[in-house]
Structure formats: C-alpha cells, structure tokens
Design a protein around this ligand. Sequence first.
Ligand code: SF4
Ligand code: SF4
Length: 343
Amino acid sequence: MDLRWTVDDLKTWTSALLRERRIVAPVVTPAGPVWAPVRDAGEVAWDYGRTAVSPREWLLPRHETLFAYDLAANPPQLVEAPLDAPPTVLLLVHPCDVAGVRALDAVMRWDYVDEPFEARRAGTLLVALGCATAPSPESCFCAAAGVDPAWAPKADVMISPVEGGYTVCALTAAGEASLEGAPKPLTAAPADAGRPAPGKAGTLALDVAAAAAALRGRFDDPVWESLSDACVGCGTCAYVCPSCHCFDVVDEGDWRRGERVRNWDACAFDHFTAHASGHNPRPRQSLRYRQRIYHKFVYYPEKFGHLLCTGCGRCVDACPAGMDLVEVLQVFEAAPAGQGGAR
Ligand code: SF4
Ligand code: SF4
C-alpha cells in the first residue's frame, strides 16, 4: 500500500480541520512567508522554506491586554480582558520552531503556570513539517543545537517529506484524533527518530556543546567588547526568535484608568534592566549581548536541560548589523581557554 500523501491529501485533511479549528499556517506575502490564519487550504504555502519571524506570537502574543482598571469608579473596577484562545492548529511548523515551543513550555509552565499562555497552548495542535534540506544553508544550524531537522518529538502530528510526497505520523492522542478519517494511511515513527547529527540536511556543522562548555570560562573575557561591537541593541534577534520569551508588564493609561498589558521585551534593549533609581546593571551593549548568549547557552540549559537556541538561524539572517551567532559560537568552539567564570 502506498503510504505517501500528496499535497492534495494534505489539503483534504486541512479542510476537514478547518471546520472545527482556526488554522495558522505559513502564507505567501510580497515580503516572504508569514504565519497567518487561513480560511482555505489553498492559502497554505506548503513548501515555504522558513519564515523570517517564528510562530511564537500565536502562543505568546507581542502585545496582550491582561485587564482594564478604573480606579476612579466607586467601587474601583478591574475587568479581565477576554482571552483570545480559540482551538488552533499551528500547521507546518519546522522542528526548530517546535523546539522553540518546548522552550516556551518549560518557562511558562514552570514555577507559575501562565494562564493566558496555557489556555492557548492547551488548545493548540502542533503539526510539524520536517526539513529535507536546510531552508537557509548559510544560517540553519539546528542539528548542531540538538534539534533533528527531520523530526519534531514534541509535535502532535509529524509530516515528513519523502520521495514523491509526504508521510504522516501521529505522535500524540490529540494528533491521532485529528487524523481520524484521514485521506491516506499513517506511518509509524521510525526507531531512530530524533537523533540529530551535525550537518544533517545541509545544516551548518559546528560544535555548539563545546562552545557552550567554553563559555563558562569566558564571562570576564575582553573579547565580549569586540564580539558585540556592531550590535545596535535593536532587539530584532529576540523578536524573530522561536525561543525568546522575555516580556514586560506595564500600565497603559494613568493612575485613574487604563489597561495593564504585557509586551515582548528584549535583553538587547538598553533599558531592559534599568532600575527605577536610574541605575542600570548592564550599562554597555557588550554586557547585554553577553547576557543573551549566556542565557541561551549556559543559564537556561542549567535549569531546563536543553539549549534556549534551536539553531533556526533567523537572528543570523535578520540582524541589521551583521552580527552572526554562528561566528560567535565558533570563537568559543575554537578557543575554549579563557578566564573568569559563568555568572
Ligand atoms: S539583531 Fe543584531 S544589532 Fe539588533 S540587538 Fe540583535 S545582535 Fe544587536
Ligand atoms: S538565538 Fe537565533 S538561531 Fe537560536 S533560536 Fe533564536 S533566532 Fe534561532
């Protein structure tokens, strides 16, 4: 029996899903593919390469109102914002971006379960699309970061490109339920799935583990000044990233009435750690850039057991100043000896 699905089979399945759920998928725009809700399976960019911005905002929006307040009212009023969390399918998420969701899960479900995130996450079916080749061979380094470009173990459904079509595999009960009445048979998960090798599918081969280990001895190294020299603190690297998750909570309005909102934030911003007193413990860009690298490759892995970088390569391609994370990691991979310690 031929287990291969065609794009028409995928469209048939997607059309069935659309009757019950919102589907967010890559769609083609003049500026390249972006993640957006689709009304018809024909709008999906089935062979989209890579989006410039990750799908993270569909689980953790860039801007979100938490509640409105009116302290001038008698009695004072607090009105919770309606939660925008319809049942959703994130369709055709590459393994690097599924790994980004895993990173969000670890933080947002950690010591405190973030309710708006949890509502969206629990109602989201993750449908992954494996990469047969690296969408951006100059910057993709997922395999070196421990992510198999062909496999996404945290997804609900895995779509794998094969010669002449796709195979489809359910990885969770929710994924299996979504495939009831599917137009073609499903396949079983291969026994060796999820074991990446550097350079797989044309991704860049570098020793991220060695670089991460070397970072521990390089905290006070003057090299950070030259490595971060070009960084202008724009925050683009954080905004395109599937695993970054920092946000700021502020009141928009005045003391009488307004809204409490949370907005994405970025450690590259000069006011990210600014205190109300005016003191800033990270007054230079080199200290802010170093924090980004240490958070991703030292602090977060110590706490959660995996990197806070999925090797998607977006920050490499998007940085307006030409800062290249791969080159930075190569500096430490090549010359691990240093001074000082991780903090
Ligand atoms: S995108 Fe580049 S210039 Fe902007 S904050 Fe990140 S590293 Fe710095
Ligand atoms: S740090 Fe860069 S390469 Fe790593 S996951 Fe974020 S955007 Fe992708």
